[in-house]
Design a protein around this ligand. Structure first.
Ligand SMILES: *[C@@H]1O[C@H](CO)[C@@H](O)[C@H](O)[C@H]1NC(C)=O
Ligand SMILES: *[C@@H]1O[C@H](CO)[C@@H](O)[C@H](O)[C@H]1NC(C)=O
Ligand SMILES: *[C@@H]1O[C@H](CO)[C@@H](O)[C@H](O)[C@H]1NC(C)=O
Ligand SMILES: *[C@@H]1O[C@H](CO)[C@@H](O)[C@H](O)[C@H]1NC(C)=O
Ligand SMILES: *[C@@H]1O[C@H](CO)[C@@H](O)[C@H](O)[C@H]1NC(C)=O
Ligand SMILES: *[C@@H]1O[C@H](CO)[C@@H](O)[C@H](O)[C@H]1NC(C)=O
Ligand SMILES: *[C@@H]1O[C@H](CO)[C@@H](O)[C@H](O)[C@H]1NC(C)=O
Ligand SMILES: *[C@@H]1O[C@H](CO)[C@@H](O)[C@H](O)[C@H]1NC(C)=O
Ligand SMILES: *[C@@H]1O[C@H](CO)[C@@H](O)[C@H](O)[C@H]1NC(C)=O
Ligand SMILES: *[C@@H]1O[C@H](CO)[C@@H](O)[C@H](O)[C@H]1NC(C)=O
Ligand SMILES: *[C@@H]1O[C@H](CO)[C@@H](O)[C@H](O)[C@H]1NC(C)=O
Length: 445
């Protein structure tokens, strides 16, 4: 019996392997792509990093190629910390190209303070199969008077104080590689947006991990990664809050190149919290439709210590998707984003789908941000279908043991009882009740 089963299994495996087109991607990372051709870029890339108020126009271009199937990731802090994901097919050499003069606009600090049109600053020299951009537009700080840790409740509380910070206002250190070259790190430099009594504390970092293969992150909440996504760690590290009851939220705006309205947030529940203890949900924000999509995936948890463990994990709350035009100020901000640089004037018509939403960090009663002065949140941004949490073999064994053994006992117990009864148990009942008139006597020799 075992041999045919094994054979069929091997055949299925071989079949699956031979039909799976892509199993990994070749990763190439370039910082400041095309910079050599632009003095505007070189001037800022090579500026004095220790000068006051310095900010670098960071761009990292990551090409993840599987033959002619190429995923292009553009990670940047220009305008806003953001990610552009472009999928091309049919040419291994397809590339994203950067017009730095236009990207930096007329602003001489590279932060796009001037209202120049950056349309067309980022292009691809091949037909685009699918693309989308995720722009982190605002850091929302609020005095959570009611300690509800809920933006909607805070909006309805007259004692709430708000401090909206456009991400355009931050100054960035020069981009670096982290985790032995596996990640790209964008870190704010001093000073942060005012008011601050001095310039000594606090960092906001966006660290993007890129993998050419699949696996599970070693850090909680141990999200699944693959060669079609990047994992972002967003951290507020000793960031000096405005208020003694401050909480933070992050506003994200997504632009995708499909006109069909498919964007939605899906909440997937799991019975298995083996990888992220206490967390039974995964959120998937799909940027497109069934056949063509990107996604933003996260678990509703963030951590209050760089050493992540269950005890310092608190809630991340999600909110409804909003059309950017319904959010005051947001459309105007998007004009300074790489979404504008890539999609140009389409950003203002209906050929693209655009949605925005917030995630907020904190749990009522947790002592607010100042309790730890640290928050880190991980989110995957990728092309295709979001990774699906599967129940691990270990958990299957435990469930099997927990449920299976009693079932097996009941089943076999039942069969045994039936069997005994069928074999004349009824007749024997009488025999058992009535003393055997002919007891078997042991043979005594
Ligand atoms: C900034 O980073 C780039 C890429 O690593 C490097 O070429 C450049 O020299 C750095 N600039 C400074 C001022 O260190
Ligand atoms: C740095 O920028 C802040 C505001 O952005 C300004 O008030 C301050 O004067 C600047 N400092 C220097 C040394 O330029
Ligand atoms: C696209 O750009 C890349 C890199 O600059 C180049 O190698 C490739 O030949 C270009 N492809 C086309 C079709 O122009
Ligand atoms: C761009 O903005 C800076 C600072 O706001 C200003 O000094 C400069 O003149 C502006 N340049 C143009 C071309 O408007
Ligand atoms: C950001 O920069 C500060 C100062 O150099 C450093 O202490 C911190 O570790 C950096 N954060 C990350 C995630 O690299
Ligand atoms: C700078 O800020 C830190 C943290 O808030 C504080 O401990 C320190 O006293 C300040 N230093 C000065 C000179 O204001
Ligand atoms: C990655 O994307 C390719 C299409 O470019 C698709 O064939 C493949 O199944 C995807 N793999 C995963 C793990 O999402
Ligand atoms: C916290 O801030 C509020 C509003 O600014 C103030 O009324 C209150 O006294 C502060 N509490 C503490 C403990 O500092
Ligand atoms: C943030 O951006 C909005 C435009 O959406 C602008 O009206 C506002 O003045 C900006 N805030 C700051 C502090 O620059
Ligand atoms: C994010 O939250 C703030 C504060 O509640 C709100 O004003 C803003 O409209 C929200 N943004 C989105 C995209 O929902
Ligand atoms: C967090 O920073 C605030 C000042 O911004 C300080 O008062 C508080 O003690 C800090 N908390 C911890 C745990 O260090």
């Amino acid at each position: 019996m075992a041999f045919p089963v094994l054979l069929v299994y091997s055949l299925i495996t071989i079949f699956a392997l031979s039909t799976a087109d892509i199993s990994n991607r070749q990763i190439t990372k370039v910082l400041y792509p095309d910079c050599e051709r632009y003095t505007s870029c070189q001037k800022l890339r090579d500026q004095n990093a220790t000068a006051p108020n310095v900010s670098f126009p960071n761009v990292a271009y990551i090409k993840a190629a599987a033959g002619e199937d190429v995923l292009h990731f553009v990670l940047t802090t220009i305008g806003f910390p953001s990610v552009l994901v472009v999928h091309t097919e049919g040419d291994a050499n397809a590339a994203v190209q950067f017009d730095w003069d236009s990207l930096l606009g007329a602003a001489d600090n590279g932060s796009l303070v001037n209202n120049t049109d950056i349309s067309g600053a980022i292009t691809v020299n091949h037909t685009v199969n699918y693309s989308f951009a995720v722009v982190f537009s605002r850091l929302i700080e609020y005095y959570d008077a009611g300690d509800t840790s809920d933006l909607k409740a805070a909006e309805n509380n007259k004692d709430t104080l708000w401090h909206f910070i456009n991400f355009t206002e931050f100054q960035w250190m020069n981009v670096t590689f982290g985790q032995d070259g596996k990640s790209v790190v964008f870190n704010t430099s001093r000073p942060q947006p005012l008011p601050f009594e001095n310039n000594t504390a606090g960092f906001i970092t966006f660290e993007f991990e890129i993998n050419g293969d699949g696996g599970r992150d070693t850090d909680l909440p141990r999200l699944i990664y693959n060669f079609n996504n990047t994992q972002l760690n967003f951290a507020l590290d000793k960031y000096i809050p405005m208020f003694n009851k401050s909480r933070f939220a992050l506003e994200m705006s997504v632009v995708a190149n499909v006109s069909t309205s498919g964007m939605k947030v899906e909440q997937v529940k799991s019975i298995d919290d083996e990888y992220s203890p206490g967390v039974f949900k995964v959120m998937n924000w799909y940027t497109g439709t069934e056949d063509q999509s990107g996604y933003i995936q996260y678990k509703p948890v963030c951590y209050l210590d760089p050493h992540r463990e269950r005890a310092v994990g608190i809630e991340v709350r999600s909110y409804d998707l909003q059309e950017p035009k319904m959010v005051p100020g947001l459309k105007k901000l998007m004009e300074k984003s790489i979404a504008k640089a890539f999609y140009g004037s389409s950003l203002n018509d209906t050929s693209l789908e655009q949605m925005a939403s917030n995630v907020s960090f904190g749990l009522s009663g947790d002592g607010f941000y100042v309790k730890k002065n640290y928050t880190v949140w991980t989110v995957s941004i990728g092309y295709g279908k979001a990774p699906v949490e599967t129940i691990s073999t270990m958990v299957i064994i435990i469930i099997a043991a927990g449920l299976g053994i009693p079932v097996v006992i009941i089943l076999f117990g039942g069969i045994y009882v039936c069997f005994r009864r069928r074999r004349g148990g009824y007749q024997r009942i009488d025999n058992d009740d009535v003393p055997n008139p002919h007891p078997a006597h042991p043979n005594v020799n």
